[in-house]
Ligand binder design. Sequence first.
Ligand SMILES: CC(=O)SCCNC(=O)CCNC(=O)[C@H](O)C(C)(C)COP(=O)(O)OP(=O)(O)OC[C@H]1O[C@@H](n2cnc3c(N)ncnc32)[C@H](O)[C@@H]1OP(=O)(O)O
Length: 382
Amino acid sequence: MLGRGEIAIVGAAESTRIGAVPEMSQIMLHADAALNAMADAGLKPGDIDGVACVGPMMPQQIAHYLGITPRWVDGTGVGGCSFMLHVRHAAAAIHAGYADTILITHGESGKSRINATPRPAEPEGLNGQFEMPYGPFGPPTLFPIPVLRYMKTYGVTHEDLATVAVVQREWAGRNPRAMFRDPITVDDVLNSRMIAYPFRILQCCLVTDGGGALILTRSDRAKDFPTKPVYILGTGESVETNMVSQMEDFTSSRAFRVAGPTAIAAAGIDRKDVDHMMIYDAFAHLPLYGLEDLGFCKPGEAAAFIREGNTRPGGKLPLNTNGGGLSYTHTGMYGMFALQESVRQMRGTAPAQVPGAKVSVCHGVGGMFSASGTIVFSNERP
Ligand SMILES: CC(=O)SCCNC(=O)CCNC(=O)[C@H](O)C(C)(C)COP(=O)(O)OP(=O)(O)OC[C@H]1O[C@@H](n2cnc3c(N)ncnc32)[C@H](O)[C@@H]1OP(=O)(O)O
């Protein structure tokens, strides 16, 4: 059985630049982030014996490009939270002895689309057969289906949904690397361009270029590395359905309710022990679902929790402290950036550092609530 804190992150870095990076292709962004993470850990490609990444880039392409011959690979692809699952799988693989030092990497030319695989319409998939014929196509038009039900069930207002973006922009204002840093108001959000009701542009994630990478190894080796180790206390994963129209309950994600509590239980922590949280925010409603489904708020109470200031700078549960996908960056698969911010917070090196933070929960979504992954980190080994 994998022990709490048995595995640690010993290298973590983003690509040198994020945003618009038209001179770099998808694989170059991968490699840039991977080499930055290796430099962070004081390692060379030959020191890595496990590689994980998400399609369309395959582990063999990354391994070849970097000159690595791994003895363990993982290409699990469940959308934006794939990296949380890679962390979970890598921790288990190291525990099992399948690899010693695993690189998890991501790169995406989401904005510039340089040597990037075209986004598939997937007419053969369930979504293509049973949802697209009725009109919704892509995340901005699929996510409104559950959100509108959620708002009606719990009396959550457009102002509440706007407040999520306003608070995250407050965090982004403290982060020099964030794409958007100027403060915004609820009125700014509600007056911004309508994308797909109820989402306005300021409630939708950005589309950017960038990458990130993590390096994991056994915690008892961590003293050999130059950076402060960040211990993995617990992990969880789940999938529900890749058709948003077939969710069991539009006001809650079954995958979230499995992945989050699994990770928290494995970590052996109480929710009150959590000092910092990242919840993948492709659109403004996701932090509300995350707070509720992971048990930090009762159903229907997350909007009030955010409105009352609990997640903003100085609040009792700082959330999405890099500015999130709404203001920091979002390559289409944001999970890697949420993990990077949790690691920075645990190292004490985040631009908007939460003073004294010891436990961070990082929660991701894949597709339209179709998958979920959660990691609990700490800078203290149990
Ligand atoms: C689980 C998941 O992760 S699912 C999520 C996957 N990701 C997505 O679906 C991406 C969602 N976002 C989008 O599709 C797009 O950003 C949209 C539809 C919201 C806007 O796209 P477009 O209408 O094409 O806008 P476009 O990209 O041309 O940008 C127009 C302007 O708005 C700005 N802008 C674009 N998005 C945002 C945003 N979210 N917030 C603030 N400004 C924005 C751009 O910087 C640009 O400004 P400029 O003219 O000064 O350069």
